[in-house]
Design a protein around this ligand. Structure first.
Ligand SMILES: [Zn+2]
Length: 186
């Protein structure tokens, strides 16, 4: 297929602002970027994408530092049904669902409120579900070295649902990752 003809593209893309690029995208999609409803869209898109990818500027170790507690028990800690919203890196469309985290401590636990924050940190980036699952599990593994950790994510991917790849009400995808327990189901 022949490459699309540039329309209002500036001479260099590096000199274009984020808003310019969004406006150009609207033109190439066949829209009139100057009609009322679209006038402020480039700014809105920039703001919302910056918000949805703000996890890049946060560091997991820093987040968890000061929220680790010494314990003497070794019963399983479960934090479940944590809401998650992310963007798929292949289509820049949302995938969202629930995250469940379980681990058996080995002398240390993470403050309960920090588990959702950790999930937030990794989900506010361009992601794929498998890597998100692994990053959450590996961080917990590295920071508190539990006897075992498992992370399950049930998510619905709009890139599949909206394009008809997946039926609207099909079952959510689920992932499980276990360190030291010696199994991994994907
Ligand atoms: Zn996708």
């Amino acid at each position: 297929m022949a490459p699309m003809k540039p329309t209002t593209e500036p001479s260099t893309l590096t000199s274009a602002s984020f808003e310019d690029l969004v406006q150009e995208m609207l033109v190439r999609l066949g829209e009139d970027p100057h009609r009322e409803g679209l006038e402020l869209t480039p700014q809105r898109v920039r703001k919302s994408l910056q918000f949805l990818t703000r996890g890049y500027t946060e560091d997991a170790e820093t987040l968890l530092k000061g929220a680790l507690f010494t314990v003497s028990y070794d019963e399983m800690v479960i934090v479940k049904d944590i809401e998650m919203f992310s963007l798929c890196e292949h289509h820049l469309l949302p995938f969202f669902g629930k995250v469940h985290v379980a681990y058996i401590p080995n002398g240390k636990v993470i403050g309960l409120s920090k588990v959702p924050r950790l999930i937030e940190l990794f989900s506010r980036r361009l992601q794929i579900q498998e890597r998100l699952t692994t990053q959450i599990a590996e961080t917990i593994q590295r920071v508190i070295e539990p006897q075992g950790v498992a992370v399950v994510i049930e998510a619905r991917h709009l890139c599949m649902m909206m394009r008809g790849v997946e039926k609207q009400h099909s079952a959510a995808v689920s992932h499980l990752f276990c360190e030291k327990w010696g199994f991994s189901i994907r």
